[in-house]
Design a protein around this ligand. Structure first.
Ligand code: S5P
Length: 268
């Protein structure tokens, strides 16, 4: 199958190389799964990668969770992920003023050199997007920002009226914005977000699990199929995969559910 068949007009209308790369990988792997690789050692990360790579299209990291992180082991891990066609997405949730966000992409972790995508809150205003674009350009790269437009955690303040709309209005017009984080646990709210975002920018959704309901410390889960039908372009799955007895089987299951929903959504 070709990306243009599956993504239709969204493929033709999108000139962002990262978005097109994502759409292509989804089709070639038949998976919309973004793995939230929330494990704590390099060994666990590498094992997880080996087990799930055919079924996962992007790898979301929290680099500061890893106890035995070293620049070399991380470099090696990122290269292995790239070799199996995964975009690397550091969930840094930037939120400082532009120049500090830019410089925080250097420092010890030097995320500007390996992350293709990164999250940010827009709480400090649009300069965070400009700063992050500069961060990547300092090392001759370009990357994409996923702005937090909604969150999956109970009681989050992004639900205060007007906030999501303000984020979408700024992000939609900004070239550094790859897309938005939406709340996968509430399909009706996600469908509203999709209407506001339109068809160009991506929406990726955490808060999805085949086992729906409330979870640890306020996390909420909705069904991944419903999230895709409501407009998700990438399902962010963490414990549903890495805490499963067989991460490989679980990843395949999430991939199949997401692909089935995308095919249905596309009317194929
Ligand atoms: O609103 C959000 C935004 C994010 S990026 N809710 C989230 O849960 N996340 C991230 O998604 C969170 O940081 C974690 O890495 C992942 C969800 O993991 P799970 O184990 O609950 O599936």
């Amino acid at each position: 199958m070709q990306p243009s068949e599956v993504w239709g007009e969204r493929w033709n209308a999108n000139s962002d190389p990262l978005a097109r790369r994502w759409m292509e990988t989804v089709v070639s792997k038949q998976s919309m799964v973004v793995l939230a690789a929330d494990v704590y050692t390099m060994n666990e990360l590498n094992n997880l990668l080996d087990q799930v790579s055919p079924y996962v299209s992007a790898l979301k990291t929290h680099v500061d969770l890893v106890h035995d992180w070293t620049p070399d082991s991380w470099d090696d891990f990122c290269n292995r992920a790239k070799d199996v066609d995964m975009l690397i997405f550091e969930d840094r949730k930037h939120g400082d003023i532009g120049k500090i966000a830019r410089d925080q992409m250097g420092g010890v972790y030097d995320s500007r050199s390996w992350a293709d995508l990164m999250t940010a809150h827009l709480i400090s205003g649009p300069s965070v997007l400009d700063g992050m674009a500069e961060g990547w350009s300092k090392v001759g790269r370009s990357g994409g920002v996923l702005l937090l437009a909604q969150m999956s955690s109970a009681g989050n303040l992004l639900e205060i009226p007007g906030y999501t709309d303000a984020v979408v209005n700024i992000g939609k017009e900004h070239p550094a914005c790859f897309g938005f984080i939406g709340n996968g646990s509430r399909a009706n709210e996600l469908a509203e977000l999709r209407k506001k975002v339109g068809e160009i920018k991506m929406i990726w959704t955490p808060g999805v699990n085949i086992q729906t309901g409330d979870s640890e410390l306020g996390q909420r889960y909705g069904d991944p199929y419903d999230a895709v039908m409501a407009g998700s372009d990438g399902i962010i799955v963490g414990s549903g995969i890495h805490k499963s007895k067989s991460p490989s089987e679980a990843a395949k299951k999430y991939a199949d559910v997401s692909w089935g929903a995308l095919i249905k959504r596309s009317g194929l």
